[in-house]
Design a protein around this ligand. Structure first.
Ligand SMILES: NC(=O)c1ccc[n+]([C@@H]2O[C@H](COP(=O)([O-])OP(=O)(O)OC[C@H]3O[C@@H](n4cnc5c(N)ncnc54)[C@H](OP(=O)(O)O)[C@@H]3O)[C@@H](O)[C@H]2O)c1
Length: 269
């Protein structure tokens, strides 16, 4: 087990313009030496940079206005880090989006975007940044998955499947990286009040708004638990007692019962 020291680290956070990603930047600001913020909304990132550097004058904050649904933009992001000699110690793959409603009526563009951001960008960034971490024998990857990845969710089918990928992928590379000095942690929050539910809501009359889940946790708590898990080299972190208990039950429940639970409620579809 190799513990990771957040103090003085250089951290890249995807999806830093809102919600959980912005909270990661806030909680890391007093501990890390540099932050690379990645998202599409530049103004939001500039506001955040100003807020963080005002409170922490020694902190370096770099902004990358990047659309992670575009493979070429992900590669260009990596190339820009290389050009500026910005090595990353901690990669937080946090950017993600959902789509609430039946798969058969989902918009193709939204489905592609979800797969590209939640799965492809996370995988490519990890692949691109890992060799440098391995060479330096120091690094950590925190992949933000979801409790939705533990079971198939009708009405949230593609999103839940992308998060099942994130959890499986993260566990597998964690095993591959044992002994290299690079750790991998998967963070699986339940519902959190951010812009996520609004983004996942379809702009059609009567579309469901409720993100499936049994208990809400704050973004602050999610980030606190996630960073503690990285520092302690934990494989998996589920913030909140109720979600932790709920997911423990899901993992021991027979598939036949889970199939019943996966049926949509009338509120969801
Ligand atoms: N909130 C929840 O209930 C919940 C529960 C479990 C897991 N999660 C996971 O937590 C992570 C963060 O979600 P959140 O709740 O903080 O959601 P949020 O408030 O909607 O924030 C999503 C972030 O992802 C970025 N993003 C989305 N599409 C992008 C793209 N194409 N290119 C670059 N950045 C993009 C957004 O930035 P721009 O729009 O500026 O690009 C934003 O910063 C996600 O992976 C989500 O699946 C959330």
């Amino acid at each position: 087990m190799s513990k990771f020291h957040l103090e003085g680290s250089s951290v890249l956070i995807t999806g830093a313009s809102a919600g959980i990603g912005r909270e990661f930047a806030r909680q890391l600001a007093g501990r890390a030496s540099s932050l690379v913020l990645v998202a599409r909304r530049r103004e939001r990132q500039e506001e955040l940079r100003d807020e963080l550097t005002k409170a922490n004058p020694n902190l370096n904050v770099h902004i990358r206005e990047t659309d992670l649904s575009d493979d070429r933009a992900v590669i260009e992001l990596f190339d820009s880090l290389e050009r500026e000699n910005l090595s990353i110690d901690l990669l937080i793959n946090n950017a993600g989006l959902g789509d609430l409603g039946p798969f058969a009526t989902s918009e193709l563009q939204r489905v592609k975007e979800m797969l590209a951001v939640n799965v492809t960008a996370l995988t490519l960034l990890t692949r691109l940044l890992l060799p440098g971490m391995i060479a330096r024998k120091r690094g950590a990857i925190l992949n933000v998955s979801s409790s939705a990845g533990f079971l198939p969710l009708a009405g949230f089918a593609v999103y839940a499947a992308t998060k099942a990928y994130v959890t499986s992928f993260s566990e597998a590379i964690r095993a591959e990286l044992r002994g290299t000095g690079v750790t991998v942690t998967t963070l699986c929050p339940g519902p959190v009040h951010t812009e996520f539910a609004e983004t996942a809501h379809r702009q059609v009359a009567g579309a469901p708004r409720t993100v499936p889940g049994i208990s809400h946790v704050s973004a602050q708590e999610v980030v606190r638990v996630g960073l503690a898990a990285v520092a302690a080299d934990r494989a998996l972190a589920i913030p909140g007692f109720v979600m932790k208990l709920g997911m423990a039950l899901v993992r021991i429940t027979p598939t036949s019962i889970l199939r019943l639970a996966a049926r949509p409620s009338s509120k969801q579809l």
